[in-house]
Design a protein around this ligand. Structure first.
Ligand SMILES: NC(=O)N[C@@H](CC(=O)O)C(=O)O
Ligand SMILES: [Zn+2]
Ligand SMILES: [Zn+2]
Length: 345
């Protein structure tokens, strides 16, 4: 039995660091676990241009106190007015690592998102030409579609025609939750990959209703039934280079979660590696953990692999019930539970 695992320093290919006091409170958790992270741009207002991305990157580094070996990789929030030339310049200058597509009103802070991706031909052609990844929150926003079906319907209605029309467009389907998404990404004859969160490997939709309404188990895409969780787990541990780590850590102050209309998002940054490794351990796939956590994503993005290592040890770690106080009080994923691996560092 492996009791100690040393792997190349991993990256988080999907995280929400927020802004202001919350950024100051949460940034260090991600920087402690990961060498780099793809920073989601859904601030208010969203990060839609170079100046905003540069300023946000500075605020992230400032929140880490300056001396840090963590690299934030910035993304451009696409709107109906996205400017292809500006995006291409941002990519060439190393400001943007990717573009993020939020279908308008699909999730937290997506009101400025795209109403019809098909209308963004200039942007899509440009991304395809320059090899810049398009990151997608893959849910339809049609309120007549059952919320548990919105990812699968997005694949049929939006993603399938998109890859047909842009055969070389690099796509990351973010935070997949369904057997349909896992199969689509595994099998498509297309440069497509997917991020997988800790929570979608661990919980199914029962967790949201376990003895009462559980707002801290609510995120988008919403957790699905057990058969989907198992399919997503199989994809994560499969060894396929198309699946990689993206926490989707999405902190909301406790009062915004425990509310008559609770926000979507699970804050998992403090113990993300511990959760993922526990899953790989349970699946007898510890040998595939490094690929998922530290190699597949970098290769897909065309970025160098990290140097340096992190070590996890098989030791109990108690997750606190709450982290922070006041405006930054958040309930972490696994609050009050004990995990079986601990990140040393
Ligand atoms: N995942 C979530 O439930 N919430 C994210 C947005 C997102 O990633 O869709 C957030 O910003 O809070
Ligand atoms: Zn999302
Ligand atoms: Zn997210």
């Amino acid at each position: 039995m492996t009791d100690r695992l040393t792997i190349r320093r991993p990256d988080d290919w999907h995280v929400h660091l927020r802004d202001g006091a919350m950024l100051d409170a949460v940034a260090r958790y991600t920087a402690r676990q990961f060498a780099r992270a793809i920073i989601m741009p859904n601030l208010t207002p969203p990060v839609t241009d170079l100046a905003a991305a540069i300023a946000y990157r500075e605020r992230i580094l400032a929140a880490l106190g300056g001396a840090t070996d963590f690299t934030p990789l910035m993304t451009c929030y696409l709107t109906d007015h996205a400017d292809a030339a500006m995006i291409a310049r941002g990519y060439a200058e190393g400001v943007f690592a990717a573009c993020k597509l939020y279908p308008a009103h699909a999730t937290t802070n997506s009101a400025h998102g795209v109403t019809d991706i098909r209308a963004l031909t200039d942007v899509l052609e440009t991304l395809q030409r320059i090899g810049m990844p398009l990151l997608i929150h893959g849910e339809v926003t049609d309120r007549s579609i059952d919320i548990f079906d919105r990812e699968a319907v997005f694949i049929d209605r939006v993603l399938t025609p998109l890859i047909r029309d842009y055969p070389a467009l690099k796509i990351v389907l973010e935070h997949i939750t369904t057997a349909e998404a896992a199969a689509f990404v595994a099998e498509a004859a297309h440069p497509i990959a997917a991020t997988i969160t800790p929570q979608h490997l661990v919980i199914n939709r029962n967790a949201i209703f376990d003895g009462g309404l559980r707002p801290h188990a609510y995120c988008l895409p919403v957790a699905k039934r057990e058969s989907h969780r198992l399919a997503v787990r199989r994809a994560a541990v499969s060894g396929s280079p198309r699946f990689f780590l993206g926490t989707d850590s999405a902190p909301h102050v406790v009062g915004a979660k425990e509310s008559g209309c609770g926000c979507a998002g699970i804050f998992n940054a403090p113990y993300a590696l511990e959760t993922y490794l526990q899953v790989f351990d349970e699946e007898g796939a510890i040998d595939r953990f490094e690929g998922f956590a530290a190699e597949h994503g970098a290769r897909f993005y065309g970025l160098p692999l990290n140097t340096g290592t992190v070590t996890l040890v098989r030791e109990p770690v108690a997750v606190p019930a709450r982290i922070g106080t006041g405006d930054t009080a958040v309930v972490p994923f696994h609050a009050g539970e004990t995990l079986g691996w601990r990140l040393e560092r």
